[in-house]
Design a binder for this molecule. Structure first.
Ligand code: FAD
Length: 332
């Protein structure tokens, strides 16, 4: 079979406890652009047990078809049954592209498929597209993030990538959208070496940086840990959350769940304030899709200004107290 005979843009429809991961909707949106170029159908692949109702959501957010495989062994995520099921489906339908969210589940599953399908996989793509020769590429930070690489999988099929959360905006819901559900039977058994003893929902304290609409992030330019108090005050006045670039987390000034970037969280708030952050590629990949980017840095040529909507070339020690005072004044 030649590589041209592989057809279809597959989006792995990650769900847990019957709830789709939001990254699926983001990837479905990007898949529309890919389809506009290669004219291949967008097919969401949904594995689980009693999950058929999710097909409607997948159509609403851009899937043309849904391949649905339900089985007791797929009722909750377990690596080997999922690997087996998806491998069987991919070998049968032969998609040209398979995209997964770069979630902990997607990062576990995708490399397994890379091996069973003997193909290539790009990890943590931040963009996808076709180059001038029509070759599908995946953009990802490489060499420690010093460059953005365009990776192509020239001969092997399917071409696969995990895609970072929050890179793309889901499309506007297409109300009453419908499509074909292809019900498949997969030959899988539960993994005898693996047993889920209990599950507990992740504690939602309501203050995660991923969900915040305003973020005030501090960087290595902060002189002392106590300076974080000013940033926290600004965040609190704006109803936002405090976050950081990696050096502050490495210093244990803030926990890792506050870190933005390649080895931290991806965020997309309406407003983000970058305070004394230079704007390394590794930081930018975690926040570059934010709505309005405001940066304070005393170095005029700092790279963060290249992606900022508003920039203040100044010492944060003068700017932040002035901002706090002005917001307080207007609130009173
Ligand atoms: C594999 C890998 C993964 C990584 N993952 C991440 C990641 O997830 N997140 C991340 O952030 N980094 C990550 N890094 C590290 C990254 O390369 C940078 O080192 C880091 O982002 C720099 O953080 P910074 O901008 O806070 O510090 P710096 O680059 O040191 O910048 C400090 C800035 O503060 C400014 N400044 C100093 N004093 C003041 C002042 N008084 N007022 C105003 N401005 C001032 C300076 O002009 C400077 O621009 C990763 C690196 C690697 C190799």
């Amino acid at each position: 079979m030649t590589k041209e005979e592989y057809k279809g843009i597959w989006v792995f429809a990650e769900q847990q406890n019957g709830k789709l991961n939001n990254t699926v909707l983001e990837i479905l949106a990007k898949a529309q652009e890919l389809k506009a170029y290669n004219h291949e159908e967008i097919i969401a692949v949904l594995l689980g047990k009693n999950v058929s109702a999710l097909a409607d959501t997948l159509f609403t957010y851009g899937a043309d078809k849904v391949i649905l495989a339900e089985n007791d062994a797929l009722s909750s995520y377990s690596a080997r049954p999922y690997e087996t099921a998806l491998t069987q489906l991919a070998k049968k339908h032969k998609p040209s592209i398979i995209l997964y969210g770069a979630t902990s589940l997607g990062r576990d599953l995708a490399p397994r498929l890379m091996v069973t399908l003997n193909t290539g996989l790009t990890a943590d793509a931040i963009d996808l597209g076709f180059d001038k020769d029509g070759v599908f590429y995946q953009t990802t930070p490489a060499y420690g993030g010093s460059i953005l690489a365009h990776i192509v999988i020239l001969e092997a099929r399917p071409q696969m990538a995990t895609v970072r959360p929050m890179m793309f905006e889901p499309i506007e819901p297409r109300n009453n959208a419908a499509g074909e559900v292809i019900a498949e039977t997969v030959d899988v058994v539960a993994d005898a070496d693996y047993e889920v003893l209990s599950t507990a929902p992740k504690q939602d304290t309501g203050d995660s940086i991923e969900a915040a609409s305003v973020i005030v992030a501090g960087g290595r330019g902060l002189k002392e840990e106590s300076d974080l108090a000013q940033l926290k005050e600004l965040a609190s006045l704006l109803g936002g959350q405090i976050a950081a670039s990696r050096p502050l987390v490495d210093n244990s000034w803030l926990p890792h769940d506050r870190q933005i970037g390649q080895s931290g969280a991806s965020v997309k708030p309406k407003y983000i304030f970058n305070i004394a952050i230079s704007g390394s590629v590794q930081y930018q990949v975690g926040m570059q899709n934010s709505g309005c980017i405001i940066s304070v840095n005393h170095t005029k040529g700092a790279p963060i200004f290249d992606i900022s909507h508003y920039g203040v070339v100044a010492d944060y020690k003068t700017v932040i107290p002035a901002l706090v005072e002005e917001i307080r004044r207007r609130k009173n």
